[in-house]
Design a protein around this ligand. Sequence first.
Ligand SMILES: [Zn+2]
Length: 478
Amino acid sequence: MKYKLVLPLILLVATITSGCNSKQATTAASPTTPTAYDTVLGDSRFERIRLDPDLNGYRVESGNLVGPSGVTGAMVVVKGPDNALTAFIDSDAKRGMLQTDAAGKSTFVPDIDLPFLPDDAIAQRQQSGASGGGSTSQAVNYIDALVGFTTKALAAREVDPKAFALGQLEWVNLSLRNSLVTNIELRLAGIRISEDDIPVTTAGLATWQRELNAQRSHYLHDINVGFSVGGDAAGWAYRPGNSSVNSIQGTSPFKHEMGHNVGGGHCYPNAGDNYKHGYNAGGGFTTNLCGNSRPYYSTPEVRVDGKVIGDARTADMARLWREQAGRLSGYSPEFDGVRLIYVSNQPETSAVVASVSGRPRIGVVALSSEVGPTSLTYGGPGMTTLTVKLMGEDEVARSVNLRAMRQMSNCPRTTMNSTVVCHPDADGGPVKLIIGYSVLDNSELPRGWYNGTLTLEARNDTDPNWTAPILVSLAVLR
Ligand SMILES: [Zn+2]
């Protein structure tokens, strides 16, 4: 399966400045305010294509970088709840990550350009387990990703795991949007941190797949994404499949490896005489699987600077994505509720659990009294202690104490299960669940990382028929 051809095929490096101009970029763009990253971008400016102001407490935006002579690259910017910025820049001039901390101090760390081996896609028979067949419906197919990091990778590239995971998924979403694939979206289902060294190798790929697949009944996710350091390539993936391992040192490996999971090969005819390939449009413009210089999947339906970026017979990854959407979103039943993803590098995180007009008496309860309160109460300010069994690296489940609060609109925070509404004339507004961790509540816990999930439920005191399940992903460092 794996040929150890050591070819210096450094597909990431694109030094030719293209004079191309994206029609989409100019029509869908909106100006953004000057920020710290402007100095890094030189004479290119950021033209936003998408903005999600609150993705699990984070703000995610993405778009193209446009210079005097056209599109020069792309950027994804993730802003954390502490206002720290993680900006992934992938352009002809610069490729790397600009991080700005909460105090405004900026650091740019360039990517380490690792080669995509000519055979980083490991052929795999179509898996059972996922529903097959294409999807032609207009409904959005959500592909939920469980993202794993090794502690070694996080030490090698000091990132906020949640910002990094959201940003990496956004590179694929930006590529899909650029290529007019409108009915597919990747979402973050959870984050796990592993103290094992799982390198970017075929063995590391198998390990991530085994370990994250084993968690599927808990996280209800579809794809397994590992971010690691060390190994022999920028990434490895099954083709087709639902698992990849990616170097944390790079911005662009995941959008490439994800293309392999969809079923794509590199440049025609790498995957045979068919349309399942990336495309080299010339002038430095290459799509995710065949050069990987721009966040696009090949398609004959899109032109950039007058040049078509695919071929119906040899390079139409947009078509393959649409055909494979059902499989990729079908590894788990869709979780019909609210996901909250917490990693303890942040003191707390929040998610909107309900947006109901009127004066709803909505609070959040645990499903077991061993975890926390199981009924609503008309309580006041304060916080709730939740006790959750999480798995340590020694595979022993231990009790971890968490802090849970509820906040409605801009009212003071209350206990999680309170139904208090603060303004007499308040007209609804979002109800937020806030989950946090403090070492002060966990002094007995042995040191190390603890991972797992917690299921809660939002309820409405004035409407017993209304409930919303909440699935919490937890990665806690003691
Ligand atoms: Zn590849």
